[in-house]
Design a protein around this ligand. Structure first.
Ligand code: NAD
Length: 237
């Protein structure tokens, strides 16, 4: 069994993708021929989809909210929260996931670079901060409007939009001596480039998942296995 040592000088940057939530019962989309829960990404997760059919986009994300609320963190989420509790501010977690399973497992120092299911924001981009919103809508009429008049949209980074918190993420990658990437296919950018940025800074880079990702050759270690089985025993601190 592979073990990764984490020394007292190490700073750990973790990137997670849909695969870490698979064992909690939330499907990934590469696993099902590029469909996400039976939908083409272009129909539910792009700015054009929102312009064309906001009711379908809200229907899709309402179903993701319901599924996310019913799911529980698995041993992989808990293993990362445990590592954070040992390392404190030498640990940073960046997730591509929009579910909140990391928070519910106890992670604190984390960013959601692709947004969060349980928030909404103004679709007119008026500048107001996202609001907490975990309602499961059954019709577009139920969706509130911002005080400026714009309809609220899911606080999700649609494909083609710029990910959130990139300044903080780049700073944390520059400072990292160990990058651990879990359950992401290596096909969504810029996240697929993080391993290259970490390598440029001299960090060790580890991938955990049942199959090598598309960018596998950039990692110093690839540990093949399910995140929930590998992560809890992976680190020696
Ligand atoms: P992806 O669907 O492209 O790839 C999933 C990866 O997870 C695959 O490489 C697969 O081998 C791996 N995997 C499957 N089971 C695993 C397990 N038990 N342990 C570890 N790895 C496992 O996912 P992506 O690269 O994260 O890109 C998908 C995009 O879709 C992201 O931007 C994300 O926001 C979104 N998404 C989010 C969720 C969620 O929030 N739970 C779910 C589906 C998709």
């Amino acid at each position: 069994m592979t073990r990764i040592s984490v020394g007292s000088e190490d700073r750990v940057f973790v990137l997670t993708g849909a695969g870490i939530s698979a064992e909690s019962g939330l499907p990934t989309f590469r696993a099902s021929d590029g469909l996400w829960e039976g939908h083409r990404i272009e129909d539910v997760c792009t700015p054009e989809a929102w312009q064309r059919n906001p009711a379908l986009v809200w229907e899709f994300y309402s179903a993701r909210r319901a599924a996310g609320a019913a799911a529980q963190p698995n041993p992989a989420h808990i293993g990362l929260a445990t590592l954070e509790s040992r390392l404190g501010d030498r640990f940073f977690l960046c997730t591509q996931n929009v579910d909140d399973l990391h928070e519910r497992a106890g992670s604190v120092r984390l960013v959601h670079m692709h947004g969060e299911l349980a928030k909404a924001r103004c679709s007119w981009e008026c500048g107001k901060a996202p609001v907490e919103d975990c309602k499961v809508y059954t019709s577009l009429d139920e969706v509130s409007r911002c005080s400026c008049g714009g309809r609220l949209r899911p606080h999700i980074v649609f494909f083609g939009e710029i990910p959130l918190e990139m300044g903080r993420i780049k700073k944390e990658i520059r400072n990292a001596t160990l990058m651990v990437v879990v359950g992401t296919s290596g096909s969504v950018y810029p996240a697929a480039n993080f391993v290259h940025w970490a390598r440029e800074g001299g960090a060790r880079t580890v991938y955990v998942g049942p199959e090598p990702p598309l960018n596998a050759s950039a990692f110093t270690h690839v540990v093949e296995g399910k995140a929930g089985e590998v992560l809890p025993g992976l680190f020696v601190v």
